[in-house]
Design a protein around this ligand. Sequence first.
Ligand SMILES: Nc1ncnc2c1ncn2[C@@H]1O[C@H](COP(=O)(O)OP(=O)(O)OP(=O)(O)O)[C@@H](O)[C@H]1O
Ligand SMILES: [Mg+2]
Length: 511
Amino acid sequence: MDPFYKFRSNNDISTSHSGPNVSAAAQSGSHITAPVLTNNTITGNVHIIHNAPGCTLYLPPSEETQTSASRSVILNYKKLICTEYQCVTEYNSRPGEHVLLSERYTQPLIIQKHRDPKEREEEICSSGESFQQVLRSRSSDDSVHLNSLFDRDSRGISPSAVILQGNSGNGKSFTVQKIMMDWASGDLYKERFDIVFHLKCKEINRISGKKSLVEILSYSCSLTSDQISQVLQHSPEKVLFIIDGFDELRLTQDIYGMSPNTDPLQKAPPEVVLCDLLRGRILPESFLLVTSRSTFTDTLSKLLKGPQRFSEIMGFSEKGVEEYFQKFFQNEELFGKAYTFVKTNETLITACSIPVICWIICTTIKERFKSGADVTSGLETTTSIYVDFVSTLLEHHCQGLSQSVPTLLRSLGQLAERGMLEQQVLLDEKTVYKTVSDPAGNPFLCKLLFKRTIRQETMFSFMHLSFQEFFTALYYVILDEEEFQRKFTQLFSIDKNSSSSERMDFGRASK
Ligand SMILES: Nc1ncnc2c1ncn2[C@@H]1O[C@H](COP(=O)(O)OP(=O)(O)OP(=O)(O)O)[C@@H](O)[C@H]1O
Ligand SMILES: [Mg+2]
């Protein structure tokens, strides 16, 4: 017998009818040589060398047939992914309107490095050319392409789970769409992953009742539960799960209380199943790519199986912004006009490193072109771009806010102002929790984890100093008369009683 041949009681090869009871299992791809195998049902990925003349063999669908069956299922799945993912619906798209992913997608800067407080301050406080310089220095050693996210590191370790962190609007979901599209087109992870599943946490929240992993997957893709079971069973080590928006997942106490689920067919609340997948209890051989905002990265990392790798989308580099404008306008002259205008505005060009802001600016300029107006007339104030950014995130990137928008903006304003007065961009955890009721669920705040000798310290910041300034200004605008008088007195050290109402009115009008 072949040395790989192993007997086991749970039968991969089981007898029926007469003849000796043979139970056997072999490692996938190995050989079994046996003199007597009569009336047996044989399953599993094994080659059978039958060396007893005169015996009849019942052969199940061969490995070859099974493989070609799942191959055609996967091929169809890929075709559907290509059809579906090639289109992008934009925030202002009307029903049926879309653009092509290829007409928009621009490679963002992705780095695989945690930064220290000084580096963070540099990123937050610099603008214009010095900001570009900071981005260049971050990208020089540590930037990665999508195709190398799972590569071995310098110590030869390849990750089972990759965290892709990024601020709201920085392009995590867009990047996931690109990965799916490229994998389905055969341009990415071709040898590495036979199948890639895409799960959106936002959608998982909407699934009610107890479901198995296979059922959850069947909701989010074109495959049936049977087809999914078949491909998962075939070679789990060639499966990649992309889980987008971990921060959006509504975690319940169940994830800690439930007994571990290891079976892709076992039913449990969807978030429990997902957490068991993240933990590596279900399909431990498979690979994971999980996107999250920084506010939930630590929770994710504690849950996620290892070895883990951390990566972060920093947004667009200077070259990326230029490329995005080129793609967006698809016309050299319009591109030239728009890009030259934005490049001369230090605040705008810095904000353009955030992809969603790039889209807002290009869309605003395009409207101007259409109506024949001067490029700059719709962008008289950079403030209007910031207002559009805030309203876009509030409208499209904030499911299940735990507080009303005015309360959220007010508390952010208060926090921003406090930081400005104290000249702080790295804000300590205590102050943040005192001012903002749910900082982790706030799309405008970033959570920063720093090593402080033997401990870890958590701090918060705005995406950039310019947002801290914006929220401070907004705070002053939304103060009511009484609050404003108090603030004015406090800021300008003017005695409340001596301040004339005229002076107050002037102060308010000039804001
Ligand atoms: N790589 C990119 N190329 C072109 N446009 C992009 C890219 N990344 C993001 N965008 C633009 O920015 C918008 C917001 O990106 P996306 O939805 O991916 O952000 P996100 O990081 O998933 O945010 P959230 O954390 O709120 O879910 C996209 O709809 C798209 O217009
Ligand atoms: Mg997203």
